[in-house]
Design a protein around this ligand. Structure first.
Ligand code: NAP
Length: 329
């Protein structure tokens, strides 16, 4: 179910999936009966074997109404669909590791705790959607599998990236504003960021979907050895082929008043500020079990892999010839 058949067809074409292998329906998860004609909705409910719910408003600062509509009401409408026939259908939900909000320290996969609150409305709405599904499952048990990736970046094998959300959105702003002088960005240069390649996320989800025994749990999907912001900024500069950014601590920031570009970036990047200061540690016990049994391992996103991914996205380094580290155990 997609909002635009045209967009879906383009994506299937890019992925090399023959259109006859996927039945695409145009609808909207915020509408009653997902915006489908009633007969089609009931037919769908009879035929479905599982629901995989990925749709969301992914901007960090949507309006409260947009966040509520798409991320919470949309999830509730899909839960309603799952309950149309006898036992509710198995439900697979793409959440985010950042439902942990402002919590620090180790975040377990089975915990969902509003704790000290959230950094933005996106996190809060994703938390509430997960809460809704878990609460319903408590009263009416059904297989609920929750996937929580960290920050998804491009495909580590091809470099392709699919959207302009999160990190890519932030970096696009920087590339548009950068002129000649290095732009200082206020943050904690030593803070780590867990970026995870989209191909790994898809492989892990695919594996879990195929094996019923893995259902009904929550999975943090992450990389090994996350990099510091300092190293990420350096990789970004190498990918662009110029020194565009430097992450600086509060002390260094205060030494010199920010120039116009730095002020603009600081204002535009306000929703990202908390991510430039701190990252919790995400427990991955459930995911580790799946990976171990499949003989796979978590990807290592080292400096070279990031330069590769970002140079593909921003085209600074033509024909990047560096080595990239693929999944290593
Ligand atoms: N990207 C990340 O770093 C990341 C990390 C962790 C978790 N996630 C989760 O992964 C999922 C996919 O995210 P993404 O990165 O692929 O973001 P995305 O590119 O913004 O994709 C979101 C999709 O949801 C669809 N959608 C939004 N509102 C809808 C509605 N009312 N009815 C039907 N479809 C609707 C959008 O459709 P249109 O194409 O029509 O706009 C879009 O295809 C989300 O649940 C997100 O929370 C993403």
């Amino acid at each position: 179910l997609v909002r635009s058949r045209q967009k879906a067809t383009k994506i299937l074409w890019r992925l090399g999936v023959p259109p006859q292998e996927v039945e695409v329906m145009e609808g909207d998860i915020t509408l009653p009966y997902l915006g489908l004609p009633l007969r089609l909705y009931h037919k769908l409910a009879q035929q479905l074997q599982a629901i995989i719910h990925c749709a969301a408003i992914t901007r960090f600062e949507p309006s409260p109404l947009q966040a509520f509509w798409a991320n919470i009401l949309g999830t509730s409408n899909l839960l309603f669909l799952a309950r149309q026939t006898g036992d509710p259908l198995p439900f697979h939900y793409l959440s985010t590791a950042y439902v942990a909000g402002k919590k620090r320290g180790l975040i377990r996969e089975d915990e969902l705790d509003p704790g000290p609150g959230f950094n933005n409305l996106y996190e809060k709405s994703k938390y509430l959607a997960e809460y809704l599904l878990r609460k319903y499952r408590e009263r009416h048990p059904f297989p609920l599998t929750i996937y929580r990736p960290t920050i998804i970046v491009g495909d580590l094998k091809t470099g392709t990236h699919w959207n302009n959300f999160g990190l890519y959105h932030f970096l696009t702003m920087v590339t548009r504003l950068h002129r000649s002088a290095t732009i200082r960005i206020l943050g904690n240069p030593r803070a780590i960021k867990n970026l995870v390649p989209v191909d790994h996320v898809a492989e892990v989800i695919g594996r879990i979907l195929q094996e019923k025994r893995y259902w009904d749990r929550t999975y943090h999907i992450t990389s090994r050895h996350p990099l510091t912001l300092e190293i990420l900024a350096e990789a970004f500069n190498r990918a662009l082929g110029r020194e565009a950014v430097r992450i600086v601590s509060g002390e260094e920031w205060r030494k010199r008043p920010p120039n116009r570009q730095e002020r603009i970036i600081a204002r535009l990047s306000e929703p990202y500020q908390p991510y430039l200061l701190y990252e919790p540690l995400f427990d991955t016990s459930n995911t580790d079990r799946v990976l171990k049994e499949a003989g796979w391992c978590k990807p290592v996103l080292d400096r070279e892999s990031i330069v590769f991914l970002l140079s593909q996205a921003y085209g600074g380094l033509k024909d990047y010839a560096g080595t990239k580290t693929l999944s290593q155990c």
